[in-house]
Design a protein around this ligand. Structure first.
Ligand code: NAP
Length: 265
């Protein structure tokens, strides 16, 4: 049995993780952390009935006392860097779904994890369909290098653009560069700043935030007289759980930092 502590255990994602870990025969929930439900039962808060484990609010102290095998973190962009450093300092492998870490921060975490001989896994998107959307986008990019991304999320999402949109743009840009192809120049003059979206590796990314959405993305490729659109929709947060469970089981297979669920598929 792998003993799992969930950081952000009462959140939209964290409570799904508590349930998914509890339902898996090889995993066990041994702790949960949040800010607002301290002292309440982790299972009750996640809506699956009592697990006899009280929610705590201090990650470092919980790691010292509970000594979990793996920490899963779905918290906030503001605290994820510190959370990751805390887990690494304790030598506890970590699976991170929280978005917002920069490439420079990931490099630093990789170095720290190697020094401590431990593992950290980060995925901007744990859904299998989203990983395939990125893979297909990479494959199309050399043939149709003109591309824009529209990502659509619920209005409580704290960051924009989404980690998935950034990762998709990075992969498309790398695929175009490797193939030696370039998009047509964009000569549009923005009469209103931001009208053409944010640029990630030179690719326009448009972020929509509305109640009703969960997590969605369209990658629009344009050609001469034709369009190809790749679209992915997460209709339910459960769509992320098979990926999270897979990552929990595989995280120790590689030391240092691993980025992207495709590494485990
Ligand atoms: P959420 O519902 O707002 O949950 C956030 C959690 O973080 C809550 O448990 C909250 O505790 C906790 N928290 C807030 N401030 C904290 C602090 N200072 N220290 C420790 N914990 C703190 O958010 P969500 O929708 O679950 O999303 C969480 C993260 O996952 C976001 O970054 C989101 O973009 C990302 N995400 C990733 C994927 C993926 O596939 N990788 C999918 C969906 C979402 P309280 O409730 O007690 O404040």
């Amino acid at each position: 049995m792998l003993r799992v502590l969930v950081n952000g255990a009462d959140g939209r994602m964290g409570s799904q993780v508590v349930q998914a870990v509890h339902e898996d025969k090889e995993l066990e929930v041994v702790g949960g952390i949040s800010i607002t439900h301290v002292g309440e039962d982790v299972g009750e808060v996640a809506g699956i009935g009592s697990l006899g484990i009280a929610i705590r609010n201090d990650l470092g102290a919980a790691l010292d006392e509970i000594k979990p095998d793996v920490v899963v973190d779905f918290t906030t962009p503001k605290v994820i860097f510190d959370n990751a450093k805390t887990c690494i300092a304790h030598g506890v492998p970590m699976v991170v779904g929280t978005t917002g870490l920069t490439a420079a921060q990931r490099d630093e975490l990789d170095e720290l994890a190697r020094e401590k001989d431990t593992s950290i896994f980060i995925a901007p998107n744990f859904s299998i369909g989203a990983v395939l959307m990125m893979k297909l986008s990479e494959e199309v990019a050399p043939y149709l290098p003109d591309v824009e991304i529209i990502e659509l999320h619920h209005n409580n999402k704290l960051d924009a653009p989404s980690g998935t949109a950034i990762m998709t743009a990075n992969k498309i840009a790398a695929a175009r560069a490797a193939a030696g192809v370039k998009p047509a120049p964009d000569n549009t003059h923005e009469s209103l700043e931001g009208a053409r979206g944010a640029k990630v590796d030179g690719i326009s990314v448009h972020s929509v935030r509305l109640p009703g959405y969960i997590a969605h993305q369209q990658v629009l490729f344009g050609g001469y007289g034709e369009l190809l659109t790749i679209r992915h929709d997460s209709m339910d947060r459960k769509s992320f759980m098979p990926g999270v469970v897979l990552a929990v089981k595989k995280v120790t297979s590689k030391k240092g930092l691993t980025f992207g669920l495709e590494n485990y598929l």
